[in-house]
Design a protein around this ligand. Sequence first.
Ligand SMILES: CC(C)(COP(=O)(O)OP(=O)(O)OC[C@H]1O[C@@H](n2cnc3c(N)ncnc32)[C@H](O)[C@@H]1OP(=O)(O)O)[C@@H](O)C(=O)NCCC(=O)NCCS
Length: 323
Amino acid sequence: MSAVIAEDVLRSAAERWRRIDPLLPEPEEAGSAACGAELLVPAAKGRPAAAGWCRHHQVPPGAPELAWGAAAQFWLTAQVAGDAEEPGIGAALDELLGRWRAHLAAEPATAGQDSQAAVRWPSRDVAGVRALLRHGLQPLTVTAVRPAGRATPGWALDARGVRVRSAGPGDITAVTELAVEVIRFDQHFGSVLLHPHSADAERLAAEQNLARPDPWTWLAERDGQAVGLLIADPPDRADWIASVTSLAPVAYLATLSVRPGERGSGVGTALVAELHRRLDAAGVAVTLLHHGLLNPLSTPFWSRMGYRPLWTRWEIRPARALQ
Ligand SMILES: CC(C)(COP(=O)(O)OP(=O)(O)OC[C@H]1O[C@@H](n2cnc3c(N)ncnc32)[C@H](O)[C@@H]1OP(=O)(O)O)[C@@H](O)C(=O)NCCC(=O)NCCS
């Protein structure tokens, strides 16, 4: 990889990103995690330069993450030079994706059915969208962001007998059931799968989380029955995702689930309002979460709660199907 060209690409992409979305971080290469494939597109007439880094990731059998992605994962970090009005951004990304496809075609693991090729692209960097579609990639998951202080709608919950409280070690079964319900529902939208081991993995996660002095987990109850669940990572546990945005500190909203018969009556809003109160008081700059772009319940709900797309994850399965 020509370090000079890659640096130029990153510098130019950084200027474009600052203009299209101030909540994006500085563009980065994949660093030591990259597989080392040479994915470099030199500038040509009508097309800026582009650089890419491919990362191969094998998820171990039985891991909880298998609910959210394939076992064999191939990720492209794609960077394209050019300002927001540059007409050749799509052509450069198109060329880069073609080189990545050739690289993946030579990797035996990309032929396996339980494999995926994925690209995380800034949601507002719209000049790349047509190229991503042309290669058969589908926009399935969004990383959404809510800057601190945005108003959260409120509902008169007491009248309907819903109470929000912190969860503790006695709530493992309710927390597990509601967490599994999110996976079950999200299966409709293409990138999530409820495995036979998923319920055990969620129970173990609940046991570990609820053993903390402050698990940042809340239950909504009606008549003493748990009807909704919210789990969040406070800033000291959200380091793993902090680099996706320019602001700090960040928190991560990991799970929101409402029992099917209870949806649409304000339970989700009540749980999110409780979290936002706590986050805004703690001086958290942004809250991040993932949601399925095709989920007709969560996409409008998060928009109403003050979240908007920051990154879009484009993917295709199996990885060899990349066009
Ligand atoms: C997404 C989800 C958590 C939202 O929770 P919810 O309790 O249904 O949300 P709310 O009731 O607060 O808001 C949802 C709708 O009810 C409306 N609503 C809320 N309170 C209301 C009230 N008191 N009276 C009438 N309508 C109300 C909201 O305006 C909203 O309207 P919409 O139908 O236009 O979308 C829930 O639908 C769910 O669990 N879905 C399955 C799992 C999932 O998708 N999880 C999110 C993964 S990221």
